[in-house]
Design a protein. Structure first.
Length: 138
């Protein structure tokens, strides 16, 4: 983290840290937030975050979302807020959905990198524990 942060622009098709999907990271925002442009198909299992709130802005397609006991569909142009400590799950309806994923505070990009490289379920579970993100039986 730096004492001084500069504004910056990420042009279309580019990203920070050599990742075209990563538009803002904990490093580029002083820890404030992380932003990804991503595509969701089947989506993750029911899970909970202890440290960050998660938000989506649906760019194309449609998501089905479960958050706690609530369930709703989010079409293109919708904004979804998923507060920390509430189990949630989301998946595309029909074709994969393209969205901006926003996590506050920043840092979830480190989790995504490590979970993607985990070799098996046990390793993924350990990574999740380190980042306060766990799969919820459901």
């Amino acid at each position: 983290m730096t004492d001084f942060l500069a504004g910056y622009l990420v042009p279309p098709g580019a990203g920070v840290a050599d990742d075209p999907g990563l538009k803002a990271s904990q490093r580029s925002t002083g820890g404030a937030l992380s932003v990804f442009e991503t595509t969701i198909g089947a989506g993750p299992p029911l899970h909970v975050h202890d440290r960050e709130d998660e938000c989506f802005y649906v760019l194309d397609g449609e998501l089905s979302v479960r958050c706690g006991s609530d369930a709703f569909d989010a079409a293109a142009g919708s904004f979804v807020f998923l507060p920390r400590s509430r189990p949630h799950q989301f998946w595309a309806i029909g074709q994969p959905a393209r969205l901006l994923l926003i996590a506050v505070p920043g840092g979830i990009e480190d989790y995504f990198q490590r979970i993607t490289n985990a070799s098996d379920d046990e390793a993924r579970h350990r990574v999740g524990e380190q980042y306060g993100i766990r799969v919820v039986p459901g």
